[in-house]
Design a protein around this ligand. Sequence first.
Ligand code: ATP
Length: 588
Amino acid sequence: MLFSELTESFQAMGDTRKRLELTEILRKLFQNAGDDLPQLAYLLQGKVLPDYYGVEMGIADKLIIKALSHVSGKSEEEIQEDYTKTGDLGQVAYNVTERKTQKALFSTSMTLDYVYQSLLKISKISGSGSIRVKTDIYTDLILNGTPADAMYITRIVSGKLRLGVSDATILDALALAFTDSEKKEIATTAYNFHPDIGYIADLLRKGKIEDLEKIGPEPMIPMKVMLAERLPDIGDILAKMEGTASLEYKYDGMRAQIHKKEKEVRIFSRSSEETTGQFPDIVKNVLSTFKADSLILDGEAVPFNPETGDLYPFQAVSQRRGRKYHLDEISDDIPIVVFLFDILYKNGEPLQNLPYLKRREILKETFQEDNSFKLSSSLVTSNKDEAEKFIEESISSGCEGIVAKNITDKSIYRAGSRGWLWIKYKRDYEANLGDSLDLVVIGAFSGHGRRKGTYGALLMASYNNETGIYQSVCKLGTGFTDDVLFNLPKMFSEYTVKEKPANVQSGLIPDIWIIPNFVMEIVGSEITLSPIHSTAFGLIKEKAGLAIRFPRFTGKWRNDKRPDDATTVNEIINMYKNQKKNIGNLLE
Ligand code: ATP
């Protein structure tokens, strides 16, 4: 396959936001890909391999600017100026290569495999001299293709492809291309346990449905985590659980999926990012506490005081910079305990299809509790009063509430799914909502008066996981410290654009748009119908969407969530329906 076929599809995808059209473009592309299918699937994700391989393509912007300066004969300052103007190095690469008018006449057409192998080389090379080699390979690529090829290659190598095509859409199109849409669920389950899109694509193309069905948890491959639904009433929760549930403390830490294979330990976050390097103590403790040869454990890592047993929230003890928690400064003084609540694999046996209490029994037999690993506190009950008492206990122990877990025979571990097998309940606080929301910044309004030089409010969105679109749900102006507030323009600068990004929808037009990247935790007083916001527009009531009333930033950046992990439109619809006091149904 020629790389230009992919480029044309990228362009066609940019021209539509309709999921059906996107799927159709992808389906055709997949059917034409032949043996190049795995490579093609990775490139659509803007990658050369799944993240857990630990290869990173990222060529720094500085180097790309240098290369473009070299190719164009313009100075680096001029290229930087073009970049600042367009906000897109891909566009700059397009302009630079377009000007080399003669080039197209001589250039050979690049195959997709050639581009893929070159990008793979860029990702794998390290050590002295590697920067030079990376830049040379990149320059060769942009000079050998069309200007549009150069644009997309530049976006890929700088980690900014941002097609806005979700994994779900890619899986949909793969299923349509090679089997029928009913097999999509099999492919999705397989992908959730083994998130390697090239591998799944290849099995689908070869019709190996039985192999797909066999895919389950595998040590060292981060599976997608299981998530909880939410309900604000404990009686309703028990009813949903068919009367009896295992209630557990909901610890307020960081999700830790711990893998062990002989002497190797790897830890993954809620969004499958590798966090092994941030938790050297946990790695050491896993090796001393767990004797099993191979394991996958699921739990919550929480800083605590071993003298008093007090638990601390992460943000109180760590400084966050960029997208990562920097825990190295704190781990000596404040140790971390992992509260384990699930086991998915032990000594060669996948356990995801066993009922929950059976898995918990196996987990219990697997280790001796100490100050580094504990079982999550739990209570199996069908009694509402007992449940209320347990929630009180959990909150007074510094937890956020509880997670209720289904214990019937159907209580398997559903990787990557938010469903009713787990239901969370948070004692929320001042809000009627029963839970905080994690919303994505999509725009900002200029500040005036005391807020001159920064923003007066941010435009926030929920995520529509069916269409891959971020839909506005409120304007957020409270809950910021001055430090945070005045740092926002700098923080957002790389993501600020003049035009509305294609994967964003809003009835309000902000002064600047922000590419979906930042996830903030907010609380609000209630969810109301709104004629201006796009979340759930027309779904509850004609010509109205849903909005969060009196939203306030809790101070917590959800750096552990990617924008597509944010609160979804469907969750907001459910929260709206479950509001304790459904009084806000008047148009704003
Ligand atoms: P939140 O913002 O409430 O943390 P979330 O979207 O990150 O939500 P949810 O599935 O809604 O994730 O809530 C479950 C989260 O709670 C898990 O991801 C996990 O990190 C944490 N947690 C704490 N204690 C438990 C427990 N006993 N069982 C399951 N999850 C737990």
